[in-house]
Design a protein around this ligand. Sequence first.
Ligand SMILES: Cc1ncc(COP(=O)(O)O)c(C=O)c1O
Length: 389
Amino acid sequence: MEAVKMAEEYKFETRCIHGNGGLVEGHPYGAVSVPIFQTATFAHPGIGRSTGYDYTRESNPTRHELESVMSTLEEADDSIACTSGMAAIGLCLELFEEGSHILCTEDLYGGTVRMFESIGEKRGVTFSYVDTSDIELVRKSIRKETKALYIETPSNPTMKVTDFAAMKEIADEYGLLIIADNTFLTPYFQKPLTLGADLVVHSGTKFLGGHNDVLAGFVCIKGKGLSEKLRYTYKTVGCCLPPFDSFLVLRGIKTLSVRLERQQENAKKIALWLKDRPEVKAVYYTGLPEHPGYEINQKQASGCGSMISFKVDSEKRARKLLESVKLISYAESLGGVESLITYPMLQTHGDVPVETRERLGITEDFLRMSVGIENAEDLIADLEQALAE
Ligand SMILES: Cc1ncc(COP(=O)(O)O)c(C=O)c1O
């Protein structure tokens, strides 16, 4: 057989489909698409012998293929596919002992804050939330018990950009881990492990799956030590992505690059259109040159993605828009081919304390849109009719 081409030779778009190469060669009967190994267990060829797979909670060939594709995309040493983004974040939380402190981006996804404040705090881990785009503030907020920086960039939902290079400098100085939630940009636009992060988490439910039809999560890992610890917890708690769901995410990833290009192109058009509307008071999109994080995002990412937040001129207008959109769905989640619009105050950030929400500007007039791959003119027409009195 011809030697299998190695990943370094393939560009990102090719790796979305072929991973490191050799995937098809490894499938029974030369199946082009990965078979769904819908089995809980694997027979041993003899005592003390294994086919390489023993029990699906620990590993499964369909999931393994997905994990290997994720590792090549994020440039990780290992990737673990979990049942949801929250399960992946929960796995990372298990790395920290009682008494540890984690310094976080202040406008994290609300579910992450809920997990930290409930399960994390109960285990004796403490958290503080600061504007991680303010480097001096991050430095001042480090405590002697701080063990990690937990970053979302762009943040959710106010799109603040954190400078990875500056965070890496601080992390090296104080011996901290950097954990980055890369859900919004995906490795297509940003690769945190190459920018100094130790762990990347994803809600695979979003851009990676891409079709609003599956829940999934990932932890992508740098280093053998972290991989061993996380794999041990993974098989112990059992938050493993099922074979069929692994297949769906793999299928989604095949079109990641083309979807994201189109979504970004649509988002740019919509952000520019929103900016000129009299009913819109502010647009938060890292692709607009006036965005405060524009330069840093340009430096560390190859794109700005397709998440836009905006403020309208009243709560009444925000509520009316949500109830009037026809093509765009008023629904939680993001990243899929269908455009969605959410009301962060009530949905994604409903559990964030009111004072924090108000301080961050997540108010009753604040909306977040995930732009899909529909025709941009149709999306704009839908927004236009929904914004009208
Ligand atoms: C940035 C971010 N991280 C993590 C999650 C959690 O992911 P999941 O819903 O797959 O559990 C979400 C969900 O919306 C998210 O937006």
